[in-house]
Design a protein around this ligand. Sequence first.
Ligand code: C2O
Length: 535
Amino acid sequence: CMVRHYKFNVVQKKTSRLCSSKPIVTVNGRYPGPTIYAREDDTVLIKVVNHVKYNVSIHWHGIRQLRTGWADGPAYITQCPIQPGQNYVYNFTVTGQRGTLWWHAHILWLRATVHGALVILPKLGVPYPFPAPQKEVVVILGEWWKSDVESVINQALKSGSAPNVSDAHTINGHPGPLSTCSSQGGFKLPVRPGKTYMLRIINAALNEELFFKIANHKLTVVEVDAVYTKPFKTDTVLIAPGQTTNVLLSTNHGTGKYLVAASPFMDNPTILVDNKTATATLHYMGTLESTRTTLTAPPPQNATLVATKFTNSLRSLNSVKFPARVPLKIDHSLLFTVGLGLHTCASCANGNRLVADINNVTFVMPKISLLQAHFFNISGVFTDDFPGNPLNPYNYTGPQPTNMQTMKGTRLYRLAYNSTVQLVLQDTGMIAPENHPVHLHGFNFFEVGRGLGNFNPKKDPKRFNLIDPVERNTIGVPSGGWTAIRFRADNPGVWFMHCHLEVHTTWGLKMAFVVDNGKGPNESVLPPPSDLPKC
Ligand code: C2O
Protein backbone atom coordinates (compact mmCIF):
# COMPACT_ATOMS: atom_id res chain seq x y z
CA CYS A 1 0.00 0.00 0.00
CA MET A 2 1.07 3.57 -0.50
CA VAL A 3 0.72 7.09 0.82
CA ARG A 4 -1.23 9.48 -1.38
CA HIS A 5 -0.84 13.24 -1.08
CA TYR A 6 -3.43 15.80 -2.13
CA LYS A 7 -3.57 19.55 -1.75
CA PHE A 8 -6.92 21.30 -1.43
CA ASN A 9 -6.80 25.06 -1.80
CA VAL A 10 -10.17 26.40 -0.70
CA VAL A 11 -10.70 29.46 -2.90
CA GLN A 12 -13.49 31.68 -4.20
CA LYS A 13 -14.22 31.33 -7.90
CA LYS A 14 -16.65 33.29 -10.03
CA THR A 15 -18.86 30.69 -11.68
CA SER A 16 -21.79 31.01 -14.03
CA ARG A 17 -24.80 28.71 -14.29
CA LEU A 18 -28.40 29.39 -15.37
CA CYS A 19 -27.18 32.44 -17.34
CA SER A 20 -25.97 34.30 -14.26
CA SER A 21 -22.76 34.24 -12.28
CA LYS A 22 -21.70 34.54 -8.65
CA PRO A 23 -18.58 33.85 -6.62
CA ILE A 24 -18.66 30.38 -5.05
CA VAL A 25 -16.40 28.60 -2.59
CA THR A 26 -14.50 25.78 -4.32
CA VAL A 27 -11.59 23.41 -3.90
CA ASN A 28 -8.82 24.33 -6.36
CA GLY A 29 -11.29 26.50 -8.31
CA ARG A 30 -13.35 23.51 -9.43
CA TYR A 31 -17.07 22.70 -9.15
CA PRO A 32 -17.54 19.83 -8.47
CA GLY A 33 -14.13 19.51 -6.83
CA PRO A 34 -11.29 17.12 -7.71
CA THR A 35 -11.66 13.34 -7.36
CA ILE A 36 -9.48 11.63 -4.78
CA TYR A 37 -8.24 8.19 -5.80
CA ALA A 38 -6.87 5.65 -3.34
CA ARG A 39 -6.67 1.91 -2.94
CA GLU A 40 -7.92 -0.15 -0.04
CA ASP A 41 -5.22 -0.02 2.72
CA ASP A 42 -3.63 3.19 1.38
CA THR A 43 -2.97 6.16 3.62
CA VAL A 44 -4.32 9.46 2.33
CA LEU A 45 -2.97 12.88 3.32
CA ILE A 46 -4.93 15.91 2.22
CA LYS A 47 -3.57 19.34 3.07
CA VAL A 48 -6.48 21.77 3.20
CA VAL A 49 -5.51 25.45 2.97
CA ASN A 50 -8.26 27.96 3.72
CA HIS A 51 -8.08 31.05 1.46
CA VAL A 52 -11.71 32.17 1.96
CA LYS A 53 -13.49 34.34 4.51
CA TYR A 54 -15.43 31.43 6.03
CA ASN A 55 -14.31 28.84 8.56
CA VAL A 56 -13.87 25.53 6.72
CA SER A 57 -13.78 21.82 7.51
CA ILE A 58 -13.96 18.81 5.22
CA HIS A 59 -15.56 15.41 5.85
CA TRP A 60 -14.60 12.18 4.06
CA HIS A 61 -18.11 10.81 3.91
CA GLY A 62 -18.24 7.07 4.56
CA ILE A 63 -14.57 6.62 5.46
CA ARG A 64 -14.65 4.72 8.73
CA GLN A 65 -11.70 6.60 10.29
CA LEU A 66 -10.82 3.69 12.57
CA ARG A 67 -9.33 5.40 15.67
CA THR A 68 -8.62 8.55 13.61
CA GLY A 69 -11.74 10.59 14.40
CA TRP A 70 -9.53 13.70 14.25
CA ALA A 71 -9.64 13.37 10.46
CA ASP A 72 -13.41 12.89 10.20
CA GLY A 73 -14.16 16.56 9.63
CA PRO A 74 -17.53 17.72 11.01
CA ALA A 75 -16.92 21.15 12.56
CA TYR A 76 -17.28 21.27 16.35
CA ILE A 77 -17.84 17.50 16.48
CA THR A 78 -14.36 16.11 15.77
CA GLN A 79 -12.37 19.29 15.18
CA CYS A 80 -12.52 23.05 15.43
CA PRO A 81 -12.85 24.54 11.95
CA ILE A 82 -9.88 25.65 9.86
CA GLN A 83 -9.93 29.43 10.16
CA PRO A 84 -9.23 31.82 7.26
CA GLY A 85 -5.52 31.72 6.41
CA GLN A 86 -4.96 28.45 8.32
CA ASN A 87 -4.43 24.89 7.14
CA TYR A 88 -4.82 21.31 8.38
CA VAL A 89 -3.66 17.95 7.05
CA TYR A 90 -6.34 15.25 7.11
CA ASN A 91 -4.49 11.98 7.58
CA PHE A 92 -6.26 8.63 7.45
CA THR A 93 -5.86 5.06 6.32
CA VAL A 94 -8.57 3.33 4.28
CA THR A 95 -9.07 0.04 6.10
CA GLY A 96 -11.36 -2.71 4.80
CA GLN A 97 -13.27 -0.47 2.39
CA ARG A 98 -13.40 -0.10 -1.37
CA GLY A 99 -15.90 1.63 -3.61
CA THR A 100 -17.36 5.06 -4.23
CA LEU A 101 -17.46 7.55 -1.39
CA TRP A 102 -17.19 11.31 -1.45
CA TRP A 103 -15.89 14.32 0.42
CA HIS A 104 -17.65 17.56 1.30
CA ALA A 105 -17.39 20.66 3.48
CA HIS A 106 -18.99 20.02 6.87
CA ILE A 107 -19.75 23.51 8.12
CA LEU A 108 -22.44 26.08 7.22
CA TRP A 109 -23.91 25.30 3.77
CA LEU A 110 -20.50 25.29 2.07
CA ARG A 111 -20.97 21.73 0.87
CA ALA A 112 -23.28 23.11 -1.84
CA THR A 113 -20.17 23.78 -3.91
CA VAL A 114 -17.35 22.21 -1.87
CA HIS A 115 -17.61 18.51 -2.67
CA GLY A 116 -16.12 15.80 -4.87
CA ALA A 117 -15.71 12.06 -5.35
CA LEU A 118 -13.52 9.76 -3.27
CA VAL A 119 -12.85 6.59 -5.24
CA ILE A 120 -11.31 3.65 -3.39
CA LEU A 121 -10.10 0.94 -5.75
CA PRO A 122 -9.79 -2.66 -4.57
CA LYS A 123 -6.34 -3.89 -3.53
CA LEU A 124 -4.06 -4.54 -6.52
CA GLY A 125 -4.92 -7.86 -8.14
CA VAL A 126 -8.30 -8.15 -6.40
CA PRO A 127 -11.11 -8.06 -8.99
CA TYR A 128 -14.62 -6.66 -8.60
CA PRO A 129 -17.23 -9.35 -7.87
CA PHE A 130 -18.70 -8.60 -11.33
CA PRO A 131 -17.19 -8.42 -14.84
CA ALA A 132 -14.70 -5.54 -15.01
CA PRO A 133 -16.19 -2.50 -16.76
CA GLN A 134 -14.37 -0.98 -19.75
CA LYS A 135 -14.50 2.42 -18.15
CA GLU A 136 -15.56 4.09 -14.91
CA VAL A 137 -17.22 7.49 -14.78
CA VAL A 138 -17.98 9.67 -11.75
CA VAL A 139 -21.47 11.21 -11.88
CA ILE A 140 -22.10 13.84 -9.19
CA LEU A 141 -25.63 15.12 -8.70
CA GLY A 142 -25.89 18.56 -7.13
CA GLU A 143 -28.07 21.54 -6.49
CA TRP A 144 -27.64 25.16 -7.57
CA TRP A 145 -28.98 28.45 -6.22
CA LYS A 146 -28.66 31.61 -8.30
CA SER A 147 -28.19 33.62 -5.11
CA ASP A 148 -25.49 33.19 -2.50
CA VAL A 149 -26.14 29.94 -0.62
CA GLU A 150 -25.00 31.25 2.78
CA SER A 151 -27.41 34.17 2.53
CA VAL A 152 -30.25 31.80 1.60
CA ILE A 153 -29.90 29.89 4.88
CA ASN A 154 -29.08 32.96 7.00
CA GLN A 155 -32.20 34.67 5.74
CA ALA A 156 -34.28 31.59 6.62
CA LEU A 157 -32.80 31.35 10.11
CA LYS A 158 -33.64 34.99 10.73
CA SER A 159 -37.28 34.56 9.74
CA GLY A 160 -37.68 31.12 11.33
CA SER A 161 -39.21 29.71 8.15
CA ALA A 162 -38.01 27.36 5.40
CA PRO A 163 -35.20 28.50 3.08
CA ASN A 164 -35.82 29.18 -0.62
CA VAL A 165 -35.61 26.01 -2.68
CA SER A 166 -32.76 25.80 -5.17
CA ASP A 167 -33.07 26.97 -8.78
CA ALA A 168 -31.74 23.83 -10.45
CA HIS A 169 -30.25 20.43 -9.96
CA THR A 170 -26.98 19.59 -11.67
CA ILE A 171 -25.19 16.59 -13.17
CA ASN A 172 -21.41 16.97 -12.84
CA GLY A 173 -21.92 20.64 -12.16
CA HIS A 174 -24.37 21.50 -14.96
CA PRO A 175 -28.17 21.87 -15.08
CA GLY A 176 -27.99 20.45 -18.61
CA PRO A 177 -29.51 20.85 -22.09
CA LEU A 178 -33.15 20.99 -20.95
CA SER A 179 -32.66 23.70 -18.31
CA THR A 180 -34.18 27.18 -18.58
CA CYS A 181 -30.75 28.38 -19.61
CA SER A 182 -29.18 25.66 -21.69
CA SER A 183 -26.35 27.66 -23.23
CA GLN A 184 -23.76 25.50 -21.53
CA GLY A 185 -25.05 22.22 -22.95
CA GLY A 186 -24.36 20.14 -19.88
CA PHE A 187 -22.37 17.03 -19.12
CA LYS A 188 -21.71 14.72 -22.03
CA LEU A 189 -20.88 11.05 -21.58
CA PRO A 190 -19.29 9.66 -24.76
CA VAL A 191 -19.59 5.86 -25.08
CA ARG A 192 -18.66 3.13 -27.52
CA PRO A 193 -21.28 0.50 -28.41
CA GLY A 194 -21.18 -3.00 -26.95
CA LYS A 195 -19.27 -2.12 -23.79
CA THR A 196 -19.95 -1.96 -20.08
CA TYR A 197 -19.44 1.26 -18.18
CA MET A 198 -19.55 1.72 -14.43
CA LEU A 199 -21.15 4.93 -13.24
CA ARG A 200 -20.17 6.02 -9.74
CA ILE A 201 -23.23 8.12 -8.83
CA ILE A 202 -23.06 10.49 -5.86
CA ASN A 203 -25.93 12.58 -4.52
CA ALA A 204 -24.27 15.79 -3.34
CA ALA A 205 -27.52 17.80 -3.45
CA LEU A 206 -28.30 19.70 -0.26
CA ASN A 207 -31.94 19.00 0.27
CA GLU A 208 -33.41 16.51 -2.17
CA GLU A 209 -33.53 12.80 -2.77
CA LEU A 210 -33.21 12.19 -6.50
CA PHE A 211 -34.30 9.75 -9.16
CA PHE A 212 -31.67 8.98 -11.81
CA LYS A 213 -32.55 7.56 -15.20
CA ILE A 214 -31.09 7.13 -18.70
CA ALA A 215 -33.41 6.91 -21.71
CA ASN A 216 -33.73 3.36 -23.18
CA HIS A 217 -31.02 1.90 -20.94
CA LYS A 218 -31.35 -0.36 -17.93
CA LEU A 219 -28.89 -0.02 -15.07
CA THR A 220 -27.50 -2.80 -12.90
CA VAL A 221 -26.89 -1.76 -9.30
CA VAL A 222 -23.73 -3.41 -7.92
CA GLU A 223 -22.73 -1.27 -4.94
CA VAL A 224 -24.14 1.32 -2.54
CA ASP A 225 -22.16 3.45 -0.07
CA ALA A 226 -18.98 1.51 -0.98
CA VAL A 227 -20.43 -1.91 -0.16
CA TYR A 228 -21.17 -4.51 -2.84
CA THR A 229 -24.81 -5.46 -3.35
CA LYS A 230 -26.54 -8.39 -5.02
CA PRO A 231 -26.74 -7.07 -8.59
CA PHE A 232 -30.21 -6.10 -9.82
CA LYS A 233 -31.53 -4.36 -12.90
CA THR A 234 -33.59 -1.20 -12.75
CA ASP A 235 -34.83 1.66 -14.96
CA THR A 236 -34.55 4.19 -12.16
CA VAL A 237 -32.10 4.67 -9.31
CA LEU A 238 -33.20 6.39 -6.10
CA ILE A 239 -30.41 8.17 -4.29
CA ALA A 240 -30.61 10.35 -1.19
CA PRO A 241 -28.20 13.16 -0.27
CA GLY A 242 -25.09 11.52 1.16
CA GLN A 243 -25.58 8.21 -0.63
CA THR A 244 -23.47 6.77 -3.44
CA THR A 245 -24.51 4.10 -5.95
CA ASN A 246 -22.44 2.21 -8.51
CA VAL A 247 -24.32 0.97 -11.56
CA LEU A 248 -23.23 -0.93 -14.67
CA LEU A 249 -24.46 0.45 -17.96
CA SER A 250 -24.40 -1.74 -21.08
CA THR A 251 -24.14 0.28 -24.27
CA ASN A 252 -26.20 -2.05 -26.43
CA HIS A 253 -27.77 0.56 -28.72
CA GLY A 254 -25.18 0.90 -31.49
CA THR A 255 -25.77 4.60 -32.00
CA GLY A 256 -27.70 7.68 -30.92
CA LYS A 257 -27.98 10.26 -28.18
CA TYR A 258 -29.92 9.52 -25.00
CA LEU A 259 -31.04 11.83 -22.24
CA VAL A 260 -29.73 11.31 -18.70
CA ALA A 261 -32.05 12.79 -16.06
CA ALA A 262 -31.96 13.45 -12.32
CA SER A 263 -35.19 14.71 -10.74
CA PRO A 264 -36.42 15.13 -7.17
CA PHE A 265 -38.34 12.56 -5.16
CA MET A 266 -40.40 14.28 -2.50
CA ASP A 267 -43.48 12.57 -1.16
CA ASN A 268 -44.49 15.58 0.88
CA PRO A 269 -46.99 17.12 -1.55
CA THR A 270 -46.90 20.49 0.23
CA ILE A 271 -43.40 21.13 -1.08
CA LEU A 272 -43.41 21.54 -4.84
CA VAL A 273 -40.06 21.23 -6.51
CA ASP A 274 -41.16 20.79 -10.10
CA ASN A 275 -39.18 22.04 -13.07
CA LYS A 276 -35.90 21.04 -11.51
CA THR A 277 -34.82 18.05 -13.56
CA ALA A 278 -31.10 18.08 -14.29
CA THR A 279 -30.11 16.54 -17.61
CA ALA A 280 -27.02 15.28 -19.41
CA THR A 281 -26.38 13.39 -22.65
CA LEU A 282 -25.21 9.84 -23.28
CA HIS A 283 -23.57 10.11 -26.68
CA TYR A 284 -22.59 7.07 -28.76
CA MET A 285 -19.33 7.93 -30.48
CA GLY A 286 -19.80 8.64 -34.17
CA THR A 287 -23.40 9.86 -33.75
CA LEU A 288 -23.92 13.19 -35.53
CA GLU A 289 -24.28 16.22 -33.25
CA SER A 290 -27.51 17.09 -35.08
CA THR A 291 -29.15 13.77 -34.13
CA ARG A 292 -32.24 14.20 -31.95
CA THR A 293 -31.74 13.09 -28.35
CA THR A 294 -34.02 10.26 -27.23
CA LEU A 295 -35.84 11.70 -24.22
CA THR A 296 -36.84 10.05 -20.99
CA ALA A 297 -39.51 10.97 -18.47
CA PRO A 298 -38.20 10.61 -14.94
CA PRO A 299 -40.79 9.54 -12.35
CA PRO A 300 -42.95 12.36 -10.96
CA GLN A 301 -41.95 14.01 -7.71
CA ASN A 302 -44.34 11.86 -5.62
CA ALA A 303 -43.57 8.46 -7.20
CA THR A 304 -43.43 6.63 -3.87
CA LEU A 305 -43.97 3.23 -5.50
CA VAL A 306 -40.91 3.63 -7.74
CA ALA A 307 -38.89 4.68 -4.70
CA THR A 308 -40.11 1.77 -2.56
CA LYS A 309 -39.48 -0.78 -5.30
CA PHE A 310 -35.88 0.39 -5.63
CA THR A 311 -35.23 0.44 -1.88
CA ASN A 312 -36.75 -3.01 -1.39
CA SER A 313 -34.46 -4.48 -4.06
CA LEU A 314 -31.26 -3.64 -2.18
CA ARG A 315 -29.45 -6.59 -0.57
CA SER A 316 -25.90 -7.12 0.64
CA LEU A 317 -23.85 -9.28 -1.68
CA ASN A 318 -23.18 -11.52 1.35
CA SER A 319 -20.73 -13.78 -0.49
CA VAL A 320 -17.91 -15.88 0.97
CA LYS A 321 -15.46 -13.06 0.21
CA PHE A 322 -17.82 -10.31 1.31
CA PRO A 323 -19.94 -11.70 4.15
CA ALA A 324 -22.62 -9.59 5.83
CA ARG A 325 -21.66 -9.54 9.51
CA VAL A 326 -25.02 -8.55 10.96
CA PRO A 327 -24.95 -8.26 14.78
CA LEU A 328 -27.35 -10.88 16.17
CA LYS A 329 -27.12 -10.24 19.90
CA ILE A 330 -28.07 -6.66 20.76
CA ASP A 331 -26.69 -4.66 23.72
CA HIS A 332 -28.47 -1.35 23.08
CA SER A 333 -32.01 -1.31 21.68
CA LEU A 334 -32.85 2.27 20.78
CA LEU A 335 -35.75 4.09 19.17
CA PHE A 336 -35.13 7.62 17.90
CA THR A 337 -37.91 9.77 16.47
CA VAL A 338 -36.73 12.07 13.70
CA GLY A 339 -38.80 15.01 12.60
CA LEU A 340 -39.54 18.69 12.79
CA GLY A 341 -40.73 20.82 15.68
CA LEU A 342 -41.08 24.41 16.84
CA HIS A 343 -39.38 26.91 19.13
CA THR A 344 -41.16 30.00 20.37
CA CYS A 345 -39.69 33.06 18.64
CA ALA A 346 -41.00 36.55 19.26
CA SER A 347 -39.51 38.07 16.12
CA CYS A 348 -40.71 35.28 13.79
CA ALA A 349 -43.71 35.74 11.53
CA ASN A 350 -46.03 33.29 13.32
CA GLY A 351 -44.49 33.36 16.77
CA ASN A 352 -42.50 30.17 16.18
CA ARG A 353 -39.42 29.12 14.31
CA LEU A 354 -39.02 25.76 12.58
CA VAL A 355 -36.56 23.40 14.24
CA ALA A 356 -35.81 19.70 13.93
CA ASP A 357 -34.99 17.10 16.54
CA ILE A 358 -34.18 13.54 17.48
CA ASN A 359 -36.25 12.23 20.40
CA ASN A 360 -37.44 15.77 20.95
CA VAL A 361 -33.89 17.07 21.47
CA THR A 362 -32.77 19.84 19.13
CA PHE A 363 -28.99 19.63 19.04
CA VAL A 364 -27.02 22.67 20.12
CA MET A 365 -23.54 22.99 18.57
CA PRO A 366 -20.77 23.19 21.21
CA LYS A 367 -18.05 25.87 21.17
CA ILE A 368 -15.16 23.38 21.07
CA SER A 369 -15.18 19.98 19.43
CA LEU A 370 -16.87 17.08 21.19
CA LEU A 371 -13.96 14.75 20.39
CA GLN A 372 -11.52 17.11 22.13
CA ALA A 373 -13.87 17.39 25.12
CA HIS A 374 -14.09 13.58 25.26
CA PHE A 375 -10.38 12.91 24.71
CA PHE A 376 -9.10 15.53 27.17
CA ASN A 377 -11.93 15.07 29.65
CA ILE A 378 -13.12 18.67 29.43
CA SER A 379 -16.37 19.01 31.36
CA GLY A 380 -19.26 21.29 30.53
CA VAL A 381 -19.15 20.70 26.76
CA PHE A 382 -21.66 17.85 26.48
CA THR A 383 -23.72 15.51 28.60
CA ASP A 384 -24.07 11.78 27.89
CA ASP A 385 -27.77 11.51 28.73
CA PHE A 386 -29.27 11.41 25.23
CA PRO A 387 -32.63 9.60 25.57
CA GLY A 388 -32.41 6.10 24.06
CA ASN A 389 -36.17 6.09 23.59
CA PRO A 390 -38.80 8.83 23.26
CA LEU A 391 -39.47 10.46 26.64
CA ASN A 392 -43.18 10.91 25.93
CA PRO A 393 -44.29 8.13 23.59
CA TYR A 394 -47.16 9.20 21.36
CA ASN A 395 -48.72 8.18 18.07
CA TYR A 396 -45.74 9.24 15.95
CA THR A 397 -47.43 9.16 12.58
CA GLY A 398 -50.91 10.03 13.85
CA PRO A 399 -52.47 13.44 14.34
CA GLN A 400 -50.11 16.15 15.53
CA PRO A 401 -49.80 16.57 19.28
CA THR A 402 -50.69 20.07 20.48
CA ASN A 403 -47.23 20.71 21.90
CA MET A 404 -44.58 20.69 19.21
CA GLN A 405 -41.92 22.55 21.19
CA THR A 406 -38.63 20.66 21.46
CA MET A 407 -35.86 20.70 24.09
CA LYS A 408 -32.35 21.99 23.40
CA GLY A 409 -29.17 20.19 24.38
CA THR A 410 -25.72 18.91 23.46
CA ARG A 411 -26.53 15.42 24.59
CA LEU A 412 -24.63 12.30 23.49
CA TYR A 413 -25.40 8.60 23.79
CA ARG A 414 -22.56 6.55 25.30
CA LEU A 415 -21.63 3.12 23.91
CA ALA A 416 -19.09 0.69 25.32
CA TYR A 417 -16.39 -0.33 22.83
CA ASN A 418 -17.59 -3.28 20.72
CA SER A 419 -21.15 -3.22 22.04
CA THR A 420 -23.92 -3.79 19.50
CA VAL A 421 -26.74 -1.40 18.68
CA GLN A 422 -30.17 -1.77 17.16
CA LEU A 423 -31.58 1.63 16.30
CA VAL A 424 -35.09 2.21 15.00
CA LEU A 425 -35.38 5.57 13.26
CA GLN A 426 -39.01 6.64 13.33
CA ASP A 427 -40.29 9.55 11.24
CA THR A 428 -42.96 11.69 12.90
CA GLY A 429 -45.95 13.55 11.50
CA MET A 430 -44.94 16.76 13.34
CA ILE A 431 -45.44 19.68 10.94
CA ALA A 432 -45.39 17.20 8.04
CA PRO A 433 -44.15 13.65 7.44
CA GLU A 434 -40.97 13.74 5.37
CA ASN A 435 -38.13 11.53 4.19
CA HIS A 436 -34.99 11.83 6.28
CA PRO A 437 -31.74 10.42 4.88
CA VAL A 438 -29.93 9.76 8.15
CA HIS A 439 -26.13 9.47 8.02
CA LEU A 440 -23.96 7.90 10.71
CA HIS A 441 -20.27 8.82 10.83
CA GLY A 442 -17.61 6.24 11.73
CA PHE A 443 -19.63 3.11 10.90
CA ASN A 444 -21.48 1.18 8.28
CA PHE A 445 -24.75 -0.30 9.45
CA PHE A 446 -27.19 -2.93 8.24
CA GLU A 447 -30.77 -1.99 7.46
CA VAL A 448 -32.61 -4.98 8.93
CA GLY A 449 -36.16 -3.72 8.43
CA ARG A 450 -38.38 -0.87 7.32
CA GLY A 451 -42.07 -0.14 7.28
CA LEU A 452 -44.81 2.44 7.21
CA GLY A 453 -46.65 3.87 10.22
CA ASN A 454 -45.45 3.37 13.78
CA PHE A 455 -42.77 0.77 14.50
CA ASN A 456 -44.32 -2.17 16.37
CA PRO A 457 -41.70 -3.62 18.77
CA LYS A 458 -43.62 -6.90 19.13
CA LYS A 459 -44.40 -7.70 15.49
CA ASP A 460 -41.88 -5.93 13.28
CA PRO A 461 -38.63 -7.54 14.56
CA LYS A 462 -40.00 -10.96 13.60
CA ARG A 463 -39.72 -9.93 9.95
CA PHE A 464 -36.19 -8.51 10.16
CA ASN A 465 -33.71 -9.62 7.51
CA LEU A 466 -30.63 -10.77 9.44
CA ILE A 467 -29.12 -12.67 6.49
CA ASP A 468 -28.36 -10.21 3.67
CA PRO A 469 -29.64 -6.75 4.65
CA VAL A 470 -28.13 -3.85 2.73
CA GLU A 471 -25.08 -2.34 4.43
CA ARG A 472 -24.52 1.40 4.11
CA ASN A 473 -23.75 4.68 5.88
CA THR A 474 -26.82 6.77 4.94
CA ILE A 475 -30.37 5.48 5.07
CA GLY A 476 -33.62 7.05 3.89
CA VAL A 477 -36.15 6.91 6.72
CA PRO A 478 -39.43 6.60 4.81
CA SER A 479 -41.91 9.42 5.10
CA GLY A 480 -44.44 8.47 7.79
CA GLY A 481 -42.54 5.26 8.53
CA TRP A 482 -39.48 3.76 10.16
CA THR A 483 -36.27 1.92 9.46
CA ALA A 484 -34.27 -0.35 11.77
CA ILE A 485 -30.47 -0.48 11.58
CA ARG A 486 -27.82 -2.49 13.40
CA PHE A 487 -24.13 -1.84 13.92
CA ARG A 488 -21.23 -2.78 16.16
CA ALA A 489 -19.56 0.07 18.05
CA ASP A 490 -16.04 -1.06 17.13
CA ASN A 491 -14.64 2.42 16.49
CA PRO A 492 -13.72 4.50 19.55
CA GLY A 493 -14.40 8.24 19.34
CA VAL A 494 -17.26 10.67 18.88
CA TRP A 495 -19.48 9.99 15.89
CA PHE A 496 -22.01 12.38 14.47
CA MET A 497 -25.41 11.21 13.25
CA HIS A 498 -27.69 13.57 11.36
CA CYS A 499 -30.21 14.03 8.62
CA HIS A 500 -28.30 14.66 5.37
CA LEU A 501 -30.90 17.17 4.20
CA GLU A 502 -28.85 20.25 5.01
CA VAL A 503 -31.88 22.25 6.10
CA HIS A 504 -32.80 19.63 8.70
CA THR A 505 -29.21 19.41 9.98
CA THR A 506 -29.17 23.18 10.39
CA TRP A 507 -32.43 23.01 12.31
CA GLY A 508 -30.96 20.51 14.76
CA LEU A 509 -31.77 17.02 13.48
CA LYS A 510 -28.46 15.67 14.75
CA MET A 511 -26.82 13.98 17.75
CA ALA A 512 -23.62 12.06 18.42
CA PHE A 513 -22.55 8.75 19.88
CA VAL A 514 -19.52 8.61 22.12
CA VAL A 515 -17.78 5.24 21.91
CA ASP A 516 -15.39 4.51 24.78
CA ASN A 517 -11.91 3.13 24.31
CA GLY A 518 -11.59 -0.64 24.59
CA LYS A 519 -9.08 -2.58 26.67
CA GLY A 520 -6.85 -3.82 23.84
CA PRO A 521 -3.87 -1.92 22.42
CA ASN A 522 -5.70 -1.11 19.17
CA GLU A 523 -8.98 -0.05 20.72
CA SER A 524 -8.31 3.58 21.65
CA VAL A 525 -8.61 6.89 19.86
CA LEU A 526 -5.14 7.92 18.66
CA PRO A 527 -3.75 11.20 20.03
CA PRO A 528 -4.68 14.28 17.97
CA PRO A 529 -2.27 15.51 15.27
CA SER A 530 -0.18 18.55 16.25
CA ASP A 531 -1.78 20.79 13.60
CA LEU A 532 -5.36 20.16 14.77
CA PRO A 533 -7.11 23.55 14.38
CA LYS A 534 -7.89 25.57 17.50
CA CYS A 535 -11.25 27.20 18.20
CU1 C2O B 1 -21.95 13.60 4.42
CU2 C2O B 1 -22.01 14.43 8.40
O1 C2O B 1 -22.00 14.11 6.38
